[in-house]
Design a protein around this ligand. Structure first.
Ligand code: G6P
Length: 606
């Protein structure tokens, strides 16, 4: 996990490092720090907590100089504390790290036996010790880093700075992302492009097992054996929209409200009404070669994938499986040619999803990535990339990324259905027309926030919630429960409504709110029966139903109505009230909605 940044040039490094870290805070916010070289030595300023704490500390204790490295942390080894904050400095060596050193216990024991003293609980400090030891005999920093890397097993993006060679930064990559930004007489190193985009558009992506030596004037890449690697820079043509709250109290609320616009952007240029078809930005998938589709994803993207399964099976009649990426990659998966793996990841950086993609590719499967972040690692690794264009999502709890993923999946499902010929032109036309109308329908829902605010006050004091749904509403029940847990810290479970009798029904009493997804459709009657089962046990029912449903009010304590749409697209609408309910419950409790405790926006460790 964590975000890393480095600068070497003629300008003051600290403001550039802090500016970059602000963009990287989505990768963790347990602590932050910088190490900046000046007058023969580097000064480390670091502290526990969010970047704002570091900024305050730097005001009192500035770190001048034109070469430096910076870090924002999501704690893996060692609790969030000042001592465990990066950079770690050992002798002349300062190190920042994103990833996990797997053999850290063994290395720590070896180093301790030869006299090393540790001042933190982190795995990263071990690497600083290793480089500090190697630098005593190595000709230069690059060589010392190469030798130290030979001892390390695990995932990493490291940046190393030495007080004895301040004209050089050395970085290395394995699994964790690393990009170099090229400037005029200055260069940058970062975890992602957005961190340096305000300064340069010319970048070089570093690949697995590469070490890069960066000076003001030059960038030299080698492999782990020291063999030079040449790679032409890329020019980034997209611009990072400056994410501001725009008058909303939280980014999450802003992003909930942005969904109609985000979905419209996902659709731009993809709906071909003339031919009742879909354009996938030049991606062509040969359906005669696809025997099965396997989704791999984590978190909210996993829930989106579960909805994708319903869409693709219904419209294209291709068998679909959905796998949690961290399970898939270690299960010796039966996968190969004939399988299309769809990797879904908002950030495009989730390590487990990335490794699942590698595993699938190694075994001969074709990979399509659905992602929100241009040029992120997973789309670059995949055979084909399809972007959701939701714009930057800052709130840790995913909202607009989720609904745009669902829209992207609907587009893929229609594309496939047309080619497997299981989807008629008429049905495709009707679905496309519904898709185009979604933004307006979503606007109607998100503008009805006042009702959800009242409901959040009514139910927000409960100690737990149950969310129920059938068919493609079951993943929405899971997503509703996840949202509530993430930001309000209230325990919640999502369940297939039909499965309630096999356990969760024991939880029901007058104190347990049950949110039931009951839009019009083939499961409506059955869901209403489940609703009655809850009410018969004094459970409180909040139903999400379709506008015009006059019956549901007789079975529920409260009802939120959403506009009607095609069955396959209903999840895109029914999830909106659940996002808003969670938001208002959490806001009522006063939690840190945008940066909830213990979480991070992008999980780049296992
Ligand atoms: C983290 C985030 C979730 C997200 C998940 C997968 O847990 O907090 O909101 O759904 O990672 O992230 P991805 O970027 O791969 O969609």
């Amino acid at each position: 996990m964590c975000g890393i940044i480095g600068y070497i040039g003629g300008r003051q490094a600290t403001p550039l490092l802090v500016g970059g870290l602000r963009k990287l805070e989505y990768r963790g916010y347990d602590s932050a720090g910088v190490s900046v070289f000046n007058n023969g030595t580097s000064k480390v300023v670091r502290c526990r907590g969010k970047l704002a704490n570091l900024e305050a500390k730097l005001l009192e204790d500035p770190a001048p100089g034109t070469v430096g490295i910076g870090h924002t942390r999501w704690a893996t080894h060692g609790r969030p504390s000042d001592e465990n904050s990066h950079p770690h400095k050992v002798g002349p060596i300062s190190v920042i790290h994103n990833g996990i050193i797997e053999n850290h216990l063994q290395l720590r024991a070896e180093l301790a036996a030869s006299g090393s003293k540790f001042s933190s609980e982190t795995d990263t400090e071990i690497f600083a010790h290793l480089v500090a030891r190697e630098i005593k005999t190595a000709e230069n920093l690059t060589l010392a880093v190469r030798r130290a890397l030979a001892k390390v097993r695990g995932s990493y993006a490291f940046v190393v700075m030495s007080d004895h060679e301040p004209q050089t930064l050395v970085a290395a990559k394995n699994s964790s992302p690393l990009v170099i930004g090229l400037g005029e007489n200055e260069n940058f190193i970062a975890s992602d492009v957005t961190a340096i985009l305000a300064e340069t558009r010319k970048v070089i992506f570093i690949e697995e097992g590469e070490i890069v030596t960066v000076t003001r004037e030059a960038v030299a890449i080698t492999d782990l054996e020291g063999k030079p690697v040449t790679r032409a820079p890329k020019t980034i043509t997209w611009s990072a929209v400056q994410a501001e709250k725009g008058g909303f109290k939280h980014f999450m609320l802003k992003e909930i409200h942005e969904q109609p616009r985000a979905v419209a952007d996902t659709l731009v240029g993809r709906v071909d009404l003339e031919h009742d078809d879909v354009l996938l930005d030049g991606v062509t998938l040969d359906v005669t070669k696809i025997k099965r589709i396997v989704f791999v994803a984590c978190g909210t993207s996993y829930h989106a994938s579960m909805v994708g399964e319903f869409m693709i099976e219904a419209l294209a009649r291709i068998p679909v499986e959905v796998e949690i990426a961290s399970e898939f990659r270690y299960r010796d998966p039966i996968i190969g040619a004939g399988d299309l793996v769809i990797a879904v990841s908002q950030s495009g950086e989730t390590l487990d999803t990335m490794e699942a993609v590698r595993e699938a590719k190694k075994r001969g499967a074709q990979v399509l990535a659905i992602s929100n972040v241009l040029e992120s690692s997973i789309p670059r690794l995949a055979d084909h990339a399809f972007y959701t264009h939701a714009g930057p999502e800052i709130g840790v709890a995913s909202t607009k990324a989720f609904t745009t993923q669902l829209v992207a999946m609907a587009l893929v499902a229609i594309y496939l259905g047309k080619r497997t010929k299981t989807l008629s032109n008429e049905r495709a036309r009707a679905l496309l027309a519904e898709l185009v109308q979604l933004p307006q329908k979503m606007r109607d829902i998100v503008e009805g926030g006042a009702q959800l605010q009242v409901l959040a006050r009514r139910y927000g004091g409960a100690h737990g919630f149950l969310f129920l749904g059938r068919g493609s509403q079951y993943p929405i029940a899971l997503e509703g429960a996840l949202k509530l847990k993430e930001i309000s810290y209230i325990h919640a479970e999502g369940y297939p409504a039909g499965e309630m009798k096999h356990g969760p029904i024991a939880l029901i009493d007058e104190n347990l709110p049950v949110v039931v997804l009951a839009p019009r459709g083939p499961f409506y009657e059955k869901v209403v029966s489940n609703l009655a089962e809850v009410r018969a046990r004094q459970g409180k029912v909040l139903a999400i139903a379709t506008k015009g449903d006059n019956e549901i009010g007789g079975h529920a304590d409260d009802v939120v109505l959403v506009p009607d749409t095609a069955l396959e697209l209903q999840p895109i609408l029914t999830v909106l009230p659940l996002q808003m309910l969670s938001y208002y419950v959490a806001d009522g409790k006063g939690t840190d909605v945008d940066q909830p405790r213990n979480l991070a926006k992008s999980v780049t460790v296992e």
